[in-house]
Design a protein around this ligand. Structure first.
Ligand code: NAI
Length: 462
């Protein structure tokens, strides 16, 4: 130990700025590979995903599912009534989940050989991060500062106008909600609020909800939302909102005004890169995002970026994978670059959406001719038991592999694991058709869809 210089002068193999999914995964993997690591976090280890994103919202969505089960119990012969939603208990359940995971993560990081540095970090050169009076020097620096909930110019967040950050900790349930933006966050919150009994209107500028998904999925979701009495106003421009003590008035370009108790702004997430010294260090930025090559390298030698600050899918598991990738890259393991299209995507509204690979339109653009098959969950026993509707849609190259899997229906998110193997292993429908899928599961729907594409549909109408 006598040889170890005091921390203030120490040079680490990696200094990581940001302790979210991208940053902490990089730290854990790097420590595992024997590299010395400093991990800088100004707020809480775990970042958006654990504290304000994936985990707490999915807890809300689960509570929403329980509410729906109570509400629809009689349909299954279980006579229950939904008395009320006790929001304080919903929050304590949600916070309990977050708290346990947070403790576990803190334990993981503290038991690894990682120096956890609490405080606001600033990049002061390509190889130094300043945290208070400490200068951390890294042979490599990884930028993993994440994203924030954006709003649109002129629409100030406050009071009844909020982003997912505030919506996560509401003290009272609104009766009427307008959701601005029909992307992933918009439809997930629309789903929660509707299950909790609110009247919900989603306002989306593009012609369809979840516009990044296959068009058939958007249509199915819009149908399902309509059945749930969620209003979707698509292809509609928002012009402004005003609020007072009793309500918020949302105006649209059509001239319509919608009155609500709450306006949730879900128009995308911006990168946290401003004022952190990135530009000054020579990092190239595109509308605030850090541009990298496929190996997560920025324009500056020894400086990497991972997660939501890098253009592309803003998903925790993408950031996580990039963090691991960079640690391995720095350790000289030459990891295989991540194929962005091969990253599974799940939206946890009801019904759930899960996809991997290319949409039909993207596949046609990229490959010209493609064929598709849509397997209706009407033919799937377990989906009938659950009382859900939806489908598995496959996109394949003529006589070639499956290049896109798109699924919609209750719980279909759980099927994305096999779907991503199929896509990433470039499986042929024949190969998947040979595999036996357990009965009765929703997983069979994936098997049946591939059987149909392989020319032997069994529980499907050709
Ligand atoms: P998003 O990009 O998914 O959707 C934003 C939507 O707002 C778009 O459809 C856009 O057309 C619309 N929009 C923008 N300006 C508008 C305007 N002025 N009027 C009406 N509509 C407007 O972004 P979102 O939903 O905020 O989510 C942010 C990120 O977080 C996404 O990248 C998403 O993938 C990620 N996320 C992922 C989750 C998951 O994987 N389950 C859950 C929640 C968020």
């Amino acid at each position: 130990m006598a040889d170890t210089p005091p921390d203030a002068e120490r040079t680490y193999d990696i200094v990581i700025l940001g302790g979210g999914s991208g940053g902490y995964s990089c730290a854990l993997r790097a420590a595992q590979l024997g590299l010395s690591v400093a991990l800088v976090e100004k707020d809480k280890l775990g970042g958006t995903c654990l504290h304000r994103g994936c985990i707490p919202t999915k807890a809300l969505l689960h509570a929403a599912e329980v509410a729906d089960s109570a509400r629809t119990g009689a349909k299954f012969g279980v006579n229950a009534t939904l008395d009320s939603i006790d929001l304080a208990t919903v929050h304590s359940y949600k916070d309990g989940v977050v708290g346990r995971l947070y403790k576990g993560l803190q334990g993981l990081v503290s038991s690894a050989t990682i120096e956890y540095v609490e405080g606001h970090g600033q990049l002061t050169s390509p190889s130094t991060v300043q945290v208070g009076d400490r200068t951390l020097t890294g042979k490599n620096v990884v930028l993993a500062t994440g994203s924030y909930a954006r709003t649109i110019p002129g629409l100030e967040i406050g009071g009844r106008i909020m982003t997912s950050d505030q919506a996560m900790t509401l003290a009272e349930l609104p009766e009427r909600v307008v959701v601005l933006g029909g992307g992933v966050i918009g439809v997930e919150f629309a789903s929660v609020f509707a299950s909790f009994g609110a009247q919900v209107t989603v306002v989306e500028a593009l012609p369809r909800l979840v516009a990044a998904e296959d068009e058939a999925v958007s249509k199915a979701l819009e149908r399902a939302f309509k059945k749930r009495k969620i209003t979707a106003k698509t292809g509609v421009k928002f012009t402004g909102a005003t609020q007072d003590e009793t309500s918020v008035q949302v105006t649209l370009e059509s001239g319509d005004t919608i009155e609500a108790d709450l306006l949730l702004v879900a128009v995308g997430r911006g990168p946290v890169t401003d004022g952190l010294g990135f530009k000054e260090a020579g990092v190239s930025l595109d509308r605030g995002f850090v541009t990298t090559d496929e190996r997560c390298r920025t324009a500056v030698e020894g400086l990497y970026a991972v997660g939501d600050i890098v253009p592309g899918l803003q998903l925790a598991h993408r950031g996580f994978a990039q963090g691991v990738f960079v640690a391995e890259q720095i350790a000289g393991l030459e990891p295989t670059p991540i194929d962005e299209a091969g990253i599974p995507r799940v939206t946890y509204c009801d019904p759930e959406i899960a996809s991997v690979g290319l949409t039909e339109a993207q596949a046609r653009d990229k490959h010209g001719e493609v064929s598709t098959y849509e397997y209706n969950l009407g033919g799937n026993g377990k989906s009938q038991i659950l009382g859900t509707a939806g489908f598995v849609k496959l996109v394949r190259l003529p006589d070639g592999p499956v290049v896109g899997v798109h699924m919609v229906g209750a719980r279909m998110g759980e099927q994305v694991g096999e779907a991503q193997l199929i896509y990433n292993w470039e499986a042929l429908p024949d190969e998947v058709a040979q595999l036996i899928h357990a009965h009765p599961t929703q997983n069979e729907a994936l098997g049946e869809a591939h059987l149909a594409l392989a020319g032997k549909p069994l529980h499907a109408h050709a």
